[in-house]
Design a protein around this ligand. Structure first.
Ligand code: ACO
Length: 329
């Protein structure tokens, strides 16, 4: 018997109501709308406000909407995989809390952390469960409350990130659609440029780590920028070459939304014109694990069955990679 492929059969997101604009950031740190717009492409981002609300609350809303949309009952879901760098707690996994809040009772669930590449790594992991033939309804959630690890006194990082969640449903198919191939890589030496200094087993929280503001994102922007462009374009081109897909046959490039200049440079290197590159960074900023599914959600009406998509991301680790996906509906 031939193995099924794993196809995305629905996508649904959740965005918190609060909109943090560049103008509001101008009141918080020494920055300008002009700097943020020209250097990053971001105009506004969403922030999850409210006591006791966390990543799982956004994830659960996205999953509930997803199941409604797909006409799938929560008890039919087999597996929930959550990609996040901002879990509600160190344990248990946020995926478990999402399942609980979404009324999913018959599934197993856990989290994955590959920073901004997390959604892509999670998508291929979940796809292999579907391809095994054993699992029929698998949910992949990319969710991050980045505002919980952003230092709003640091102008170099606080303008970049936003909060959001977005989920996809994966189901088996015998058609030539779905997750077709992928190319991933990791370089752990890159951690020096992008990490959180304290809060892990290396440096558990103390009064000193809090005073030194070490529980926030630390990023050397320029170093990350250079790697991001080369690695996203490189992985995507390698994947296209291995599968004989010329740039003209791509319907869409779906890049991680970290910086408009990174997105444009990646598209240029790959020979993909701007009108075929999904972009929503202006509205949401970098939502880490939610950026790629949020693009699919925003552009869903423009997608057609059989469209060739390249999804590509780069993030802390360093981690990077690309997926070739054929849209299934
Ligand atoms: N407003 C005004 N000025 C600022 C701001 C700001 N918000 N932030 C930095 N500046 C200043 C700097 O202090 C510097 O001033 P100086 O020349 O007087 O020293 C100047 O602007 C230029 O700073 P650069 O860091 O060189 O600016 P750059 O053009 O590189 O843009 C940015 C910075 C936006 C962070 C960019 O480097 C970037 O996008 N990097 C990649 C981010 C990324 O892809 N991250 C990966 C994913 S995140 C994850 O995995 C969790």
């Amino acid at each position: 018997m031939t193995r099924p492929r794993a196809a995305i059969t629905a996508v649904h997101g959740h965005l918190p109501d609060y909109i943090l604009t560049n103008q509001e950031l101008e009141q918080m740190v020494d920055t300008t709308d002009e700097w943020i717009s020209t250097r990053t492409g971001i105009k506004e981002r969403r922030i999850l406000k409210g006591e006791g609300l966390a990543t799982s609350d956004m994830g659960a809303e996205a999953v509930k909407g997803l199941l409604d949309k797909a006409g799938v009952r929560p008890d039919e879901v087999d597996f929930v995989l959550c990609a996040t760098v901002t879990p509600d707690m160190k344990f248990p996994a946020t995926a478990n809390l999402i399942s609980h809040k979404a009324g999913i009772l018959n599934a197993f669930s856990y989290d994955m952390n590959a920073a901004c590449s997390g959604f892509l790594y999670a998508l291929t992991t979940a796809a292999s469960f579907v391809e095994s033939g054993k699992y029929k309804k698998v949910v992949v959630v990319g969710a991050d409350k980045m505002s919980s690890i952003v230092d709003y006194t640091d102008r170099q990082t606080c303008v970049l990130f936003g909060d959001a969640a977005c989920a996809v449903l994966l189901e088996p198919t015998t058609e030539e659609v779905g997750v077709m191939d992928h190319q991933f890589a990791t370089d752990g030496s890159g951690y020096v440029h992008l990490h959180m200094k304290a809060g892990g087993s290396l440096k558990p929280p103390t009064y000193d780590t809090i005073d030194a503001r070490e529980h926030y994102i630390y990023q050397e922007g320029q170093a990350v920028f250079k790697f991001a462009v080369t690695k996203m374009a490189g992985a995507s081109l390698d994947l296209m070459k291995a599968n004989n897909i010329p740039a003209e046959e791509l319907a869409w490039l779906v890049p991680h939304q970290a910086n408009m200049r990174i997105i444009e440079a990646t598209g240029r290197r790959m020979g993909v014109p701007n009108e075929k590159v999904m972009v929503n960074i202006q509205k949401y900023g970098n939502t880490t694990n939610a950026t790629i599914p949020l693009c699919l959600w925003d552009y869903e009406k423009q997608l057609n069955k059989g469209d060739n998509l390249i999804l590509t991301a780069f993030g802390g680790g360093f981690t990077w990679g690309a997926i070739w996906l054929k849209w299934a509906y």
